[in-house]
Design a protein around this ligand. Structure first.
Ligand SMILES: O=P(O)(O)OC[C@H]1O[C@H](O[C@H]2O[C@H](CO)[C@@H](O)[C@H](O)[C@H]2O)[C@H](O)[C@@H](O)[C@@H]1O
Ligand SMILES: O=c1ccn([C@@H]2O[C@H](COP(=O)(O)OP(=O)(O)O)[C@@H](O)[C@H]2O)c(=O)[nH]1
Length: 929
């Protein structure tokens, strides 16, 4: 028997939130135990700037081991079991980022010195302790020779870093080009640069090719170092291609991807030429993380709008595979800053700064010299403040630290000159012989100097035009517990979501507003400063980098557990070999095939707003003609196309074959050699049609690119080509209106598809119709032996999946919610219906379904309205089939859903291509696999 729901109910498994809460508790307890150890003079993790904090002091009592031993936490259980020797082990974390935490400087042929890299990503990850971590990345330097590469590899190994060697050309096209000239500005809402088609190095295509190549090089290195059970955490926009490359190596690798920049609105992402490929590659990861809910929302929306995938509160779903998407706001290692303030080195700097700027309020900006940081706008706002507040001219100074970055990219070079020009002008305008209002430094500061600066600052000015998070604002707050200075913070920095309540939030583009905020900050009463600071300080000291990393890794582990649980609920793929063998060994076979998405040409991008005109005109898959012809030419095989489409569509596509066509979900039937007849249940109430049509017309008019189809027994409103979010809202609105109005008392079923709303007369389902269809076939073929093989393949709506269960030889209990219904039993209660279908043993002792088939009683009203009739043109008297029509010998039944994983079918095929290839083998009697 197949391994889906027919196998009984699984043991209790805690839900995701329950598991994550337990994990969080374990972490808290573990941390408490560590802080007790520290109080006893025992420090479980050592931090030293020169050690980059990647090394953890070995500790036999390390509670991380205990976590792995914690039996209740499913992810850990799996980890432990994965080890061949059964011993517990500490999970390794492979951090993969473009930049290593150190940049290498060559001192000789085989000697290197390592310097700390700048930037928020490095700072944040250095704040993470307690993992058995390895950092894989580029050392920021070209090393063409083997001697140099070996020496650098050794030097980096001391710091638990592993280099990826990128040559100059790749760095130019991948890092300067695709990453920093295309993705970076786009993700920060600065748009795409003009493509320079004359210079090959500046074409999107060549830069994207280099980007993919570089990502593959990162993947190669990860793969060399990967050990079973490791967690691989990919970082940032440089490595959007990496999750896909890694999963290609090993589908079992646990892969997380985190974006440190904003993810822009899907309207912005849409402009990127490689938009779909990048999204798909990221979706290969198990968990995708962003700093804020907004970025996560934008990403999901890009996947729905651009790729046509399903966005759920959990993430993005593609053919049953879920990529979890969530927000994980980063933090800093606040303690490191707080501790530093007490060091002698920092205290000396603080004294110097206080002396140097005595009598003046200090305003501070610390940014990489990047256009996203809004440095020109900040300085212009400061100028406006000086213009409007002459009192402050000699009483305030703005210290702007502008750390040089990406200096090979022309846009960054232009920015440097622009900033110098503005600073020079303002200093010329407001400076005196002894003092200037702006101190601008084009360089980075070491950690003690930076801490001292943060500590003496009265007002920090963070005016990023867009910023993933902005850790400078966090660091400033951490160093301000004595002074309680004011933070002016751009509302476009991710940090505005967390520090928004304590900071003065500004729109950095509004120079007047920023100037006014400077005045407000400088004049703020101590009590208000204190209150605001408390709020921010609490946040910064509790939402740390450590917390961030632990949460991410814990969710990544859990996502994999969740995926395994989900996979168990997904039916297995169609056992092609078995299905063909059983087909060949049978004498009277019935094949029921759907049409749309089962036998049609695959759409370019399924689910996406594609070429509406082309797609709406359903066309048979070009390769299916031959096998179909062969199958329906076999006298031992009966082929039925069972579709929601109307008669004309089936006529057009299948007219030339010798088969049965069942249109409108089986309400109309014909042998291709004969005429259409109706199989509709008698007294089908269709009085609701006009009022529902009125509603459908209304919504079609108001929902661009939606359309509706009127069929004999149903009305379908389809919004597949409309804006997906708007379509969903409209559908909700429509349903609400229908339920309370036109169909409140009507005898109809409403069937919600993923992008459609269908209203049908009660009893119109494929499962209900198949009973009558079968009766007609048995009668027409004058069958004398039972059908001993049924294959039913389709991409059917949930409601129509009753056709799969109709043939189940051993139906489970009613708890499944699916009942083998017969439309003409519509008025009976479920228990009666079930009992009327009790399975009876046949001669061979196996079970067979007695189709007490009543030949279709044509609906006279319908027949007079149509040109079609049944073969005799007369109503056929009801007639019972007295022998067992079906004898499936238990297992000669294959129900198979196409491209759906939540299904009642026993098996799956993923696309119409797979269906076609299977039908080819079936027709050829070719047993493969
Ligand atoms: O490595 P570079 O090209 O020199 O750039 C430095 C880093 O800049 C970006 O930092 C971001 O990460 C921070 C931490 O999450 C966040 O606070 C900030 O808003 C971002 O801009 C970039 O994302 C990193 O990859 C770079 O290393
Ligand atoms: O001279 C400097 C100035 C800044 N930084 C660090 O650079 C990081 C900047 O991170 P942020 O998130 O603010 O922005 P990013 O530069 O990553 O975009 C902060 O941790 C700063 O401490 C530094 O190492 N040296």
């Amino acid at each position: 028997m197949p391994g889906n729901k027919y196998n009984g109910s699984p043991a209790y498994v805690p839900g995701r939130v329950e598991r994550l809460l337990r994990e969080r508790e374990l972490r808290k307890n573990s941390r408490a135990a560590h802080s007790n150890d520290a109080a006893d003079g025992f420090r479980p993790f050592e931090f030293a700037d020169n050690d980059l904090c990647l090394r953890e002091v070995e500790n036999s009592r390390n509670s991380h081991d205990d976590r792995f031993l914690e039996g209740a936490f499913a992810a850990r259980q799996i980890e432990v079991c994965e080890r061949h020797d059964g011993r517990p082990f500490r999970q390794r974390l492979l951090v993969v980022a473009n930049r290593l935490p150190v940049s290498a400087v060559r001192r000789g042929e085989d000697s290197w010195s390592l310097e700390m890299s700048a930037g928020g990503l490095v700072t944040a990850l250095l704040g993470v302790k307690g993992f058995e971590a390895r950092w894989i990345g580029w050392a920021g330097v070209n090393v063409p020779d083997k001697v140099g590469q070996d020496a650098l590899t050794d030097a980096l190994a001391q710091k638990k870093c592993i280099p990826v060697f990128l040559d100059e050309e790749i760095v130019h096209q991948y890092y300067n080009g695709y990453c920093n000239n295309i993705l970076w500005p786009l993700f920060h809402y600065l748009g795409l640069p003009q493509e320079d088609r004359l210079a090959t190095t500046r074409s999107f295509q060549s830069q994207f090719a280099a980007y993919k190549k570089a990502n593959q090089m990162f993947a190669d290195v990860v793969n060399q170092h990967y050990e079973e059970g490791d967690v691989v955490w990919c970082h940032d926009y440089h490595l959007m291609f990496l999750p896909k490359c890694l999963k290609e190596y090993n589908t079992n690798m646990k892969v997380g991807w985190f974006l440190h920049t904003p993810f822009p609105s899907s309207e912005i992402h849409r402009t990127l030429p490689s938009r779909s490929e990048l999204l798909r590659s990221v979706l290969a990861a198990d968990l995708v993380g962003f700093h804020t809910y907004d970025y996560a929302r934008h990403f999901v929306s890009a996947c729905t709008r651009i790729l046509g995938l399903e966005g759920t509160p959990e993430g993005v779903e593609d053919q049953g595979k879920l990529t979890r998407v969530a927000a994980f706001p980063i933090g800093i290692d606040a303690d490191r800053f707080i501790r530093a303030l007490d060091t002698q080195q920092v205290q000396v700097h603080i004294r110097e700064l206080k002396e140097r700027f005595a009598g003046r309020k200090v305003m501070l900006g610390v940014d990489r010299l990047d256009m996203i940081k809004g440095i020109p706008q900040k300085i212009l706002a400061f100028e406006k403040f000086l213009e409007e507040n002459s009192y402050w001219h000699d009483k305030v100074v703005l210290l702007q630290i502008a750390v040089p970055t990406r200096t090979d990219v022309p846009e960054y070079q232009k920015l440097t000159s622009q900033v110098h020009e503005i600073v020079g002008r303002i200093n010329g305008r407001f400076g005196t012989l002894t003092a200037v209002p702006i101190h601008h430094l084009d360089r980075s500061l070491d950690f003690p100097k930076l801490c001292a600066l943060y500590a003496v600052t009265d007002v920090a000015l963070v005016t990023s035009l867009r910023d993933g998070m902005n850790l400078v604002s966090y660091e400033f707050v951490a160093c301000q517990d004595a002074k309680k200075g004011v933070l002016i913070l751009s509302e476009f920095a991710g940090a505005a979501q967390s520090l928004g309540a304590g900071a003065i939030l500004v729109n950095p583009w509004n120079i007047t507003e920023v100037a006014a905020s400077i005045a407000q900050a400088l004049n703020m009463p101590a009590e208000e400063r204190e209150k605001r600071h408390r709020h921010n300080y609490m946040h910064v000291t509790t939402h740390t980098a450590q917390e961030w990393a632990e949460t991410f890794v814990s969710e990544l582990n859990d996502t994999v557990v969740e995926a395994q649980l989900r996979t168990r609920q997904v039916p297995p793929p169609l056992p092609v070999k078995d299905a063909i063998e059983k087909y060949l060994g049978s004498n009277n076979r019935l094949l029921i095939l759907g049409f749309n998405a089962t036998l049609t040409e695959p759409a370019d991008t399924p689910g996406r707003r594609g070429d509406q005109i082309k797609e709406m005109d359903l066309k048979l898959h070009p390769d299916v003609k031959e096998p179909l012809m062969a199958l329906c030419g076999d006298p031992q095989t009966t082929l039925v196309i069972l579709s929601g489409s109307d008669r004309a569509v089936l006529d057009e596509n299948f007219g030339e074959y010798n088969m049965w066509l069942a249109a409108e979900n089986g309400m109309f039937l014909r042998l291709t050699k004969g005429e259409w007849m109706t199989t509709m249940p008698e007294h089908l109430n269709m009085e609701w049609v006009e009022s529902v049509k009125h509603v459908f017309e209304y919504f079609t008019e108001r929902t661009p690119r939606s359309h509706f189809e009127q069929r004999e027994t149903s009305l379908v409103w389809n919004y597949k080509y409309a804006d997906i979010e708007f379509g969903r809202l409209q559908a909700r609105d429509m349903l609400q209106h229908l339920w309370t109005g036109p169909i409140s008392n009507a005898s109809v079923d409403v069937v919600q598809g993923s992008r459609s709303v269908e209203v049908r007369a009660v009893g119109v389902t494929k499962g209900a119709a198949i009973d009558r269809i079968l009766g007609e076939i048995v009668h027409s073929k004058s069958m004398t032996t039972p059908i001993d093989y049924v294959l039913c393949i389709g991409h059917f709506l949930g409601k129509d999946e009753d056709v799969y269960t109709f043939f189940e030889p051993e139906l489970p209990t009613d708890s499944l919610g699916i009942i083998r219904t017969r439309a003409n039993e519509g008025l009976k209660n479920p228990s009666e219906r079930r009992s009327s279908l009790k399975l009876m043993p046949n001669k061979s002792g196996t079970k067979a379904a007695p189709v007490r088939t009543q030949r279709p009683s044509p609906n006279p009203e319908k027949r007079s309205n149509s040109h079609h009739g049944n073969r005799s043109g007369k109503p056929t008297p009801p007639e019972k089939v007295s022998w067992n029509v079906l004898d499936l010998k238990g297992d000669n039944y294959f129900s198979c859903a196409v491209g759906r994983t939540r299904t009642n079918a026993r098996y799956l095929l993923s696309s119409s291509d797979d269906v076609v290839s299977f039908l080819k083998d079936l027709a050829d009697g070719k047993i493969t696999g």
